[in-house]
Write a protein that binds this ligand. Sequence first.
Ligand code: ZN
Length: 343
Amino acid sequence: MQVGCRKNRLNLIASLLPVMLAILATGCSMHALIKPGEDSASVEITATRITDRAWYFRGESGMASQANRGFMSNAGFVVTGDGVVVFDALASPALGRAMLREIGRITDQPVKYVVVSHYHADHFYGLQAFKAQGAAILADQAGQAYLNSDAARERLAQRREALGPWVDANTRLVAADRWLRLSPEEPMTFELGGQTFRVMSAAHAHAPGDLMLYVPGQSLLFAGDVYATGRLPFVVDGNSRQWLDAIDRIASAAPEHVVPGHGRVSDNVERDVQLTRRYIEYLRKTMGAAADNLMTFEQAYAETDWSAFEKLPAFAEANRRNAYSVFLEMQEDSFGESTPDAP
Ligand SMILES: [Zn+2]
């Protein structure tokens, strides 16, 4: 009996150990704890209010990991008099369900639409939760090509490995109900429950088919990864020229609040836009000159003075890859310009 009790106690400690370690690994964050007795894939997250009608979910810092359960990107929603409009769906079906639970604590209105900023895994893997409860999903047509690609299948396999059990065999890549064909000059506007929503294309600024959602009545823009608050952006899958155009459009819309794809909501749009513009222009200038002079990337990177940006958040993670991406883009431009016309 004694031995049995001790064994039971040891079993109990052994069974609690992973939970205790998970809590320690999240730095005791209240954002993503597993509740006792719940399914291990369940996550709880809380929304932060921005205006009288709008909230956002702020992901934790860092890359997607077991410690943050993939909760490292942002999403948001607007409650209207006739349903809820959601922007982005986070990085797993479990997080999508957690969003729905939190939205349900704030309003009894159903989610009518989900607008997808872009098809990067950390922004759309939660879609199946919204699809299951009848929301219509809107995304740029570029997402369709991505969903049919090997890259999408490989990413899903990698995420199942890295983010199980939150991304697992039941995780599906969900297509939009409506694939939009927007140009930056022609946004799509719709009304719901007394609010106007403007879906704006940012072309291929951060990723193919970037969309942003502007809510003029709330002076609020959901900008996805095109916007960075007080830190460096991730330029790797994007186009620096189109990025500059996109942030110019954000500056001229002049919203009071911008929700970025990662990090805190911005209440100083002019300052953030200026920083992103200065950084991207610097990448274009330095990497463009290197490409014109036929330098190698290694040489160009080593000889560039990064002191104006190296103290900013995300410099260590992003700068080298950003510079390489813009170097290749500028090399292509430079090569294109110097190629003689075919005879
Ligand atoms: Zn992204």
